[in-house]
Write a protein that binds this ligand. Structure first.
Ligand SMILES: Cc1cc2nc3c(=O)[nH]c(=O)nc-3n(C[C@H](O)[C@H](O)[C@H](O)COP(=O)(O)OP(=O)(O)OC[C@H]3O[C@@H](n4cnc5c(N)ncnc54)[C@H](O)[C@@H]3O)c2cc1C
Length: 406
């Protein structure tokens, strides 16, 4: 018996509780999500009709996303990984990983809003206490409010501790000044978790001196959308112009936000890995189907080794990355930080998705790039996933450092 719990080794078996979660999610998607997509019709399926001129989602689409979120929360799925005290169900990281991967295997669509993503309550926000929990955290867990995590700036992304956004104490209040960009859900959030420097690096070091503030949507300006190819309408630049905030808007500890966030970094990377591998599974299924149906030179294209090996390679790499993802989830359940493993999983899974998406575009030939097929969109999403929450290069830096490379 392990000192950490009942299981002394990793089990790849899907336990009974998780199996039930996965089958209930399938039912939920069938009964609640698919009909919403069908109702939206072309406003969902045609990307050009999904957005306003500036890239924002049209009101019907936004409403459908909010409905999915709320219904999923009511059904107990949306933030089921958070502790019961704040309205979650306290499921393990292994179950959360499997659920995220399972839902993502539906491919792109409204299903992507069933489980809490960057707009939802994350462990960083779960630090909210008392009134903060009532006003910000719990409505988020119920899917009634959405949030965003604002760290990146025009001048600092990978090197985020060098941020220029500051907050200074003036009497009882903090005064927040700065500009953030690429903030997911920025155009729609009810409030944002903003990282700002509160004590200079010279005094508290590179990672000290940063504080997280809860800032409401009428306190900042959404200046422009940062429309990413393949993810239009989701990110924005936010401007904080001498925003006055009372002390109770500090989330977590003053000067300690970077360390707080680092504790939850690995979970974010696990979630991206799960999502990437679910999408890879979706694409492989579509590729296998097409390879059997499409004929060229008098036979199904799957009979050509160039096609079958593309799919087989994708399957092999997805299988391996999934095993790594499960191992990471297991380590996190044991309370380990798993810094190296989370970088490995994030790097591997997103690169597997990128290669699988590229391969499946190829399997579909001209149809692979057709606007009404999801394959190019998946390829673009895969490239984006290799950038967010630490680029490929940053993950490799971490792995190299953990390896002891100097
Ligand atoms: C679609 C999308 C959604 C996003 N959502 C959010 C969000 O919700 N909240 C948020 O705060 N941010 C968000 N981001 C920002 C994202 O986290 C940053 O884009 C990312 O961290 C990279 O920062 P950067 O764009 O400034 O690139 P840079 O840091 O300028 O990097 C440019 C290039 O240099 C490389 N590089 C930089 N430093 C090193 C190094 N030390 N070693 C090797 N190579 C290096 C990078 O890997 C990259 O290839 C989002 C970005 C996108 C595209």
């Amino acid at each position: 018996m392990s000192p950490h719990g009942a299981v002394s080794g990793v089990s790849f078996e899907t336990d009974e509780e998780t199996s039930l979660v996965l089958s209930s999610l399938d039912e939920f998607i069938e009964q609640e999500v698919k009909p919403l997509e069908a109702d939206l019709g072309e406003r969902w399926s045609n990307p050009r009709k999904r957005h306003e001129d500036d890239g924002r989602f049209v009101p019907d689409v936004l409403e459908a996303i909010e409905t999915v979120r709320k219904k999923s929360a009511e059904a107990g799925f949306y933030a089921m990984n958070l502790p019961p005290e704040v309205g979650g169900d306290g499921v393990s990281n292994v179950t959360w990983y499997r659920a995220m991967r399972h839902v993502a295997s539906n491919g792109p669509g409204l299903t992507e809003h069933v489980l809490a993503g960057p707009e939802g309550p994350k462990p960083l926000l779960a630090q909210a206490e008392g009134e903060q929990a009532e006003r910000y955290l719990k409505p988020c867990v119920r899917g009634e409010k959405s949030t965003a995590f604002a760290q990146t700036e025009p001048g600092a992304g990978s090197d985020s501790p060098n941020m220029e956004t500051t907050a200074e104490k003036d009497g009882d209040e903090w005064v927040l000044d700065g500009r953030k960009q690429w903030i997911t859900n920025g155009p729609y959030a009810d409030f944002v978790q903003v990282f700002a420097r509160t004590t200079p690096q010279e005094e508290l070091g590179r990672y000290g001196g940063i504080t997280c503030f809860l800032v409401e949507d009428d306190e900042y300006e959404v200046s422009t959308l940062n429309n990413a190819v393949g993810m239009v309408g989701m990110q924005a630049e936010l401007v904080f112009d001498a925003v006055r905030l009372p002390e109770n808007r500090v989330l977590g500890t003053v000067d300690g936000a970077f360390y707080d966030a680092m504790e939850f970094l690995s979970l974010g990377r696990l979630e991206i890995g799960a999502r990437a591998l679910g999408h890879a599974e979706f694409l492989l299924d579509r590729g296998v189907e097409y390879a059997g149906d499409r004929e060229a030179f008098g036979r199904p294209i799957g009979a050509f080794q160039g096609i079958s090996h593309t799919l087989a390679r994708g399957r092999a790499r997805t299988f391996a990355a999934d095993a790594a993802g499960l191992r990471l989830a297991w380590l996190l359940d044991r309370g380990e930080q798993a810094i190296e493993e989370s970088s490995i999983v994030k790097y591997l899974a997103t690169n597997v998705l990128f290669d699988v998406a590229d391969g499946v575009v190829g399997v579909h030939g001209g149809n692979g790039v057709a606007e009404d097929n999801p394959f190019m969109n998946e390829l673009q999403t895969a490239r984006i996933l290799r950038i967010v929450e630490g680029t490929d290069e940053i993950q490799l830096n971490t792995i190299a450092k953990e390896l002891g490379v100097r």
